[in-house]
Design a protein around this ligand. Sequence first.
Ligand SMILES: [Fe+2]
Length: 278
Amino acid sequence: MKTKIGIGARREFIDELIEQQDLHPDFVELAPENWMKMGGYWGKKLRQVTERYPVTCHGLSLSLGSPEELDYAFVKDLKKFLEEHDVQIFSEHLSYTKTHNAHVYDLLPIPFREDAVKHVAQRIREAQELLGRRIAIENVSYYTEVDAEMDEATFIRSIVEEADCDLLLDVNNVYVNAFNHNYDAKEHIKNLPLDRVAYIHMAGHEQVEPDLIIDTHGEAIIDPVYELFHYTVNRMKEVPVLLERDFNFPELTELQQEMNNLRSITEKAWRNNYAVAK
Ligand SMILES: [Fe+2]
């Protein structure tokens, strides 16, 4: 996939995507859990989308941070889905969504600790082996205290190295965490393994308190996040970039404009196929 700008496919605008009305992404991202084993009307829509666009997938329920073993039946179905739709990048959250067989339907942060690095890296390795492909793990936004032995960038770097996986860098999540936990976003980006970034997410968020913002994916991208994106892409190689918008949809032309903004920033940064910065 050459440098591409994509959008998360939502049912609310699936017809416009299929018809390329107002939206002209280079690829689309699907949450496999929402589309696996789908027949009938939505199964047909899925086929139309995957015939028109290259596809990436962003998983919701592999729960890489959970204490128990992987859900092997689910991994098998996932592998089938990824192969069937020729999915180019598969990513998952660096978090957990279930524990002791209870789905909590939220992304819980993994403690930034050495024992967690070992545990999660081993699960990622196993998942990669079963899926027969690399996984890009995503830095998540978190709102609760995590029992930290190391900073977040060290934690992410250690897992990526130990698991030998890729990184999905969500630039908005970095902004959200830096704001809520009071650290320097650029410094954090600089300390991440940027040479392992295979994919970028960009999104909007919502400020709910003077000192709290929430990663909602329900608003337009704000200027400081574009600025952090600009800072980031100037320090790394060319990868696909995705616009996430999950609800509170504006006119689709506004989403296309956001994708155009991302394209113009990346085109400047990657015009000369920029080598990975130290
Ligand atoms: Fe994301």
